[in-house]
Write a protein that binds this ligand. Sequence first.
Ligand SMILES: Cc1ncc(COP(=O)(O)O)c(C=O)c1O
Length: 364
Amino acid sequence: MIPIVTPLIGDEEARVLAEVLRSGMLAQGERVNEFEQSFSEYCGVQNSVAVSNGTVALDVALKAVGIQQGDEVITPSFTFIATANSVLFQGAKPVFADVDDKTFTINSNDVVEKITAKTKAIIGVHLFGHPFELKAVQEICEDHHLILIEDAAQAHGAEYNGKKVGSFGIGCFSFYPTKNMTTGEGGMITTSSDSIAETCRLLRNHGQGEKYNHITLGYNYRMTDLEAALGIVQLRKLDGFNEKRIKNADYFNEHLTVSGLNLSYKKDGVKHVYHQYAVTIEDDFPLSRDAFMEYLRDNNIGSAVHYPMPVHKQPLYQQMGYTEENVRCPVATAVAKKIVSLPVHPALQEEDLKYIAETINTVP
Ligand SMILES: Cc1ncc(COP(=O)(O)O)c(C=O)c1O
């Protein structure tokens, strides 16, 4: 079976993990500092704050900028649920904006429609590794005095007009094993504001300033040195991983010729790092999505649906009173019905790409 995802962990990762184990310094320590510094240099930001996962990165970032009950935060409806849930964790209200029908990232025109007097922040998501419309969203934030959060969980190394994502607003990354680089579990907040970084550092460690002097309510959201040691090595490999993903996507763009399949799209001026290679099944495709995925499975090719429903249709959100009518995100709802991800990860070999393309082009 060609899997939909495979983390690439090599001998170097095993060696550095063994070193940390032997050192006996297992929790947050020097490796975390080193990982944070390398990540800041890579993204071109002043500060990086390592945390225990990407959900925590979003949660801590929103807390650090003071989002609270009564506030509204605009997020796309087509994303992983953690993006919107991070707003709920503050007692605030997620307000859903629709997405672009080609990039599946937040639609800036709809963002403007959804702004109210209560809006405090916008979380854009660089979905599948494609940067969202940063220029337009940044301008909206400036005009309306809103905070810009970039959910970059799926976009390590992606660029917008030559600048790394995570360096425009407050960046929130995930290092879950399916991501473009991994630490097992892990997350990172990037910001060029020293004061926001300082608050994030307090929040991840029991609100502790000086030892046993707790100046705010914090939690234990720390990353371990084991995870950071993995991250240092994976970050060095990230550009190579991404180049391979881009090459694989280019191959599919060139060789998938079957009609009825809308291939992955990339806007000019962005570096798309293909966390996912997502296609949509159109009406003239010979199979339904389910039948297509079954056909792929029968031919030993993994595929997945990211995501089968927009966040506002999740039971949790339905229980809170979100409906299709009051949310008004028709593109998100339509895309969720027809999207499917094909394998694009860097472990794919030349013959895998050829086999996948041939299998799809000869769909019955
Ligand atoms: C867009 C997005 N945001 C946030 C997260 C949360 O990251 P984590 O799984 O590390 O908590 C993910 C992870 O899948 C994600 O894809």
